[in-house]
Design a protein around this ligand. Structure first.
Ligand code: GDP
Ligand code: MG
Length: 369
């Protein structure tokens, strides 16, 4: 696992370690010289010193989460799943089918709005959260910011077509991020469907599916007719079990912005996905240079909620701007803190406009340890 201590970070950026400690103090973090920093803190201070942080390893944050949360506080959370594939191979159809057939038990009504993420409860009582952003955005936007939101990728391939360049790209994204893949061979209802040709294409890429003796889970589906979709979701849950996904609901929330907009009646509206902690109405939150106190929260069915737990998406009102998709959000203790950090970030943005950014690559870290 990869961590970076305060003194290592200082030497990577070639700044005085005391200056770095001072900066961390100014954002409310009391640290010692040998303390290991989490990815979000590194982002923040690297920003302060004019560095753009590049994460070459998606494991940084997970490792840190383990370090910071008491084992006893960790509870299982739902997997966060992204569907990727070539255009017209059936991403939207699959996500729509799942959205329309799975409603949280006891809750009336379905999901009518498109907010970039939704969660469903399956008949077996288990939850899955889907990122529903177009194309590879979930991956590229988030990864560009050093965030790893997705736990599992469904790679969808039409059985009447073949593994296309975009499919290969999606596979490469998942592999680079170390995200397990489940293959969905779609459109098996079509007369021209040839699922084995897809298995063959995958085998050519060294991706041998389970039914051919390999390690990759694969399911034939018809997103349009709903065939095989439950089986596909069971396979996704099997992957989730192997990942043993956990989070600590007993802390201030962190997570990602999925999308933001300005609503004439309600002001700035953001869809967020909690990665750790519990997000509550009344929390003071910062994301990018936007901040505010959460006035109201809604679930994906547009019902008012008071809190959102790990892996749950929520729509929040109360930010004073529209943060970018992929931005991390943090809940801090006081409004003053979020305001101060927002001001600093804005000042930095202005300054950075005047100079080219230096780059800090975190692969350097692994060489040092
Ligand atoms: P996307 O571009 O990956 O989001 O693909 P869409 O979900 O928009 O699907 C593209 C086209 O394929 C649409 O006309 C769908 O109705 C059709 N389609 C998707 N899944 C199936 C399927 O399982 N069977 C059949 N026959 N058509 C499908
Ligand atoms: Mg689509």
């Amino acid at each position: 696992t990869e961590f970076v201590t305060v003194s290592e970070l200082a030497s990577m950026m070639d700044v005085d370690v005391n200056k770095l400690i001072g900066t961390l103090m100014s954002v409310g973090l009391m640290v010692s010289i040998n303390q290991r920093l989490d990815a979000e803190t590194i982002n923040l201070v690297a920003d302060e010193f004019g560095f753009k942080t590049e994460y070459v390893s998606a494991e940084v944050q997970e490792a840190v989460a383990e370090e910071m949360d008491d084992e006893n506080d960790l509870v299982s959370r739902a997997p966060i799943v992204t569907v990727m594939g070539h255009v017209d191979h059936g991403k939207t159809s699959l996500l729509d089918h799942i959205r329309n057939t799975n409603v949280i038990a006891g809750e009336a009504g379905g999901i009518t709005q498109h907010i970039g993420a939704y969660n469903v409860k399956l008949e077996n009582g288990r939850n899955i959260t889907f990122l529903d952003t177009p194309g590879h955005e979930a991956f590229t936007a988030m990864r560009a910011r050093g965030t790893q939101v997705t736990d599992i990728a469904i790679i969808i391939i039409a059985a009447d077509d073949s593994v296309m360049p975009t499919t290969k790209e999606a596979i490469a994204h998942a592999q680079a991020a170390n995200v397990p893949m489940v293959f969905a061979i779609n459109k098996i209802d079509k007369p021209g469907a040839n699922p084995d040709k897809i298995r063959e294409d995958l085998a050519q890429m060294n991706l041998l599916v389970e039914d051919w003796g390999g390690k990759y889970q694969c399911q034939e589906i018809s997103a349009k007719k709903g065939i095989g979709v439950n089986e596909l979701l069971e396979k996704v849950l099997l992957e989730a079990d192997m990942l043993d996904l956990k989070a600590n609901p007993n802390r201030r929330a962190t997570g990602s912005i999925i999308e933001s907009s300005l609503d004439k009646g309600r002001g700035y509206v953001s869809t967020v996905l909690v990665s750790n902690g519990t997000l509550r109405v009344g929390d003071d939150i910062i994301a990018g240079t936007s901040w505010g106190r959460i006035k109201a929260m809604f679930n994906v069915r547009n019902q008012r909620i008071e809190e959102a737990k790990p892996a749950e998406p929520a729509i929040i009102l109360g930010l004073n701007g529209a943060p970018t998709a992929g931005d991390q959000f943090h809940v801090l203790e006081t409004e003053q803190e979020v305001r101060d950090i927002a001001n600093k970030r804005m000042q930095l943005q202005r300054e950075q406009g005047l100079r080219t950014q230096k780059r800090l690559t975190l692969s350097d870290v692994s060489h040092r340890i």
